[in-house]
Design a protein around this ligand. Structure first.
Ligand code: 3PG
Length: 467
């Protein structure tokens, strides 16, 4: 029994347990560890006589069960727990063993851990996992970075357990150091923005079209068969129709409108600011979760500043506008996320391959969407593409839908119904396509009060004026 299992997992919560079952199903042997005996017992009971799976609450038994070099995946909460688990494992490990952090760790922490463990002869890398509990069991999208040599040793296992898109595994080696965690962070930033946009579409249809939940369900199902096809649209259609078990209504209508967050969207925004990359659709999605939490204040303010919806729309017209607006918003959100990845790749020397990132997001992960096929094609055609909005497929697709976005945003402004995700995406687009912005005045003001200098449109150099 000693040193025979191919793969180890620390943390037998729902993700860890499902990941082990997935690994074992693909023909590998997997051993789990959790200090909580109940979780160990529950996994062992579930597998019965399956000799491909083992588990123990004893760290020594766990480590001694794994073949060398050991491949140990941590599926524990990000933060201090990762450090604690590493320290528990360290005394029992051998040189060249591999620890993989499968959680949503902050990428800078991953860099520190890699350095720390390298000095001890242990390989460490982060591998973002997306797809939730179901994905871990049936096939997630995996985003590994770090040492390529270490990754090569786990590659067969990762490729076997990952989701498949038309037979291609949704996993690829993404780059050195914390590239895996970084890409997963931006994935989550995109996820926040898409969720915000979909919530706005849902509200728009209710407010201006008086759609019932079954009608919304039908519409989301229909849209999910077209260019908006995505996991988030699919689950939204199901959520809308789920009955509440407390009464006759729908569950979604009883859920408190305060959205929580664990921080990955916020990190994406913060890091985009550090890199000087505008990602306003992601920024506003984070702010909206914060604003949603101000429930008491919102209720109070709603009594002071009442607004009345005056415009209603014909349903066919509204459906067309909202579908086009969602498509527009999706494109802008992915464009911002991929732009951030491109710049981060240069800044942190990740050498990211954007085409392959788009490909591994086509199945398994939360932001999987039909649109990612067009995105991967755009980068396959031109790996130097500096922005998705320069790709001809997107130029042709975006131009005809902008009018609908303008109509919806202006209608909402008139009625006092917020459309922050959509209007920020539109503003980003309008600014992005403006060859001249009024920021010349800001440069003049900076030079006026701070002698910061300015460039001119007609001469090279830095100038200063005594205003
Ligand atoms: C997750 O990691 O579970 C989600 O992708 C993002 O979580 P959040 O919405 O709680 O931040």
């Amino acid at each position: 029994m000693n040193n025979t299992f191919d793969f180890g997992v620390v943390g037998l919560g729902v993700m860890g347990r499902n990941f082990i079952l997935n690994v074992a199903e693909k023909g590998f042997t997997a051993f789990g560890h959790d200090l909580d005996e109940a979780k160990v017992d529950s996994l062992l009971n579930e597998c019965g006589n399956n000799q491909d799976i083992g588990a123990s609450a004893n760290v020594k038994t766990f480590v001694n069960s794994l073949s060398l070099p050991r491949k140990i995946m941590l599926l524990v909460p990000a933060g201090k727990t990762v450090n604690i688990v590493i320290e528990c494992l360290l005394p029992h490990l051998d040189p060249d063993d591999i620890i993989i952090d499968g959680g949503n760790s902050f990428f800078r922490e991953t860099d520190k851990r890699e350095e720390y463990l390298k000095a001890k002869g242990i390989h460490f890398f982060g591998a973002g996992i997306s797809g939730g509990a179901k994905g871990a069991r049936l096939g997630p999208s995996l985003m590994p970075g770090g040492s390529k040599d270490a990754y090569n040793l786990v590659q067969p296992i990762f490729e076997a357990v990952a989701a498949k898109f038309q037979g291609e595994p949704c996993v690829a080696y993404l780059g050195p150091k914390s590239a895996g965690n970084y890409v997963k962070m931006v994935h989550n930033g995109i996820e926040y923005a898409l969720m915000q946009l979909i919530s706005e579409a849902y509200n728009t249809l209710k407010v201006y079209g008086d759609y019932s939940n079954p009608e919304l369900n039908d519409l989301f199902i229909k849209w999910n068969r077209g260019r908006l096809q995505s996991f988030l649209m699919e689950i939204t259609s199901r959520i809308l129709i789920k009955k509440d078990n407390q009464d006759d209504g729908y569950l979604v209508d009883r859920i408190m409108d305060k959205a929580k967050q664990k921080g990955t969207g916020k990190w994406t925004s913060q890091n985009a600011m550090d890199l000087g990359i505008p990602v306003p659709s992601i920024d506003i999605a984070v702010s909206m979760r914060e604003l949603s939490a101000m429930k008491e204040e919102r209720e109070k303010a709603s009594r002071f500043y009442k607004s009345k919806v005056v415009n209603k729309n014909d349903k066919n017209e509204l459906e067309k506008m909202v579908e086009e607006a969602l498509y527009f918003g999706f494109v802008i959100i992915y464009a911002q996320g991929f732009h951030q990845l491109a710049i981060a790749s240069e800044e942190y020397s990740y050498e990211l391959d954007l085409c392959s990132i788009a490909k591994i997001w086509r199945a398994g992960c939360i932001i999987r969407a039909g649109l990612l096929e067009d995105i991967s094609n755009a980068y396959a055609k031109n790996d130097k593409l500096s922005h998705l909005l320069f790709d001809t497929t997107f130029i042709d697709a975006i131009k005809p839908v902008v009018e609908s976005v303008r109509s919806l945003v202006s209608q909402s402004v008139k009625n006092g119904i917020p459309l922050p995700g959509l209007s920020n995406s539109l503003t980003y687009f309008d600014a992005f396509k403006s060859s001249r912005l009024p920021l010349n005045l800001i440069q003049a003001q900076r030079d006026y009060f701070g002698s910061h200098g300015y460039e001119r449109t007609d001469m090279e150099g830095i100038f200063h004026t005594e205003w």
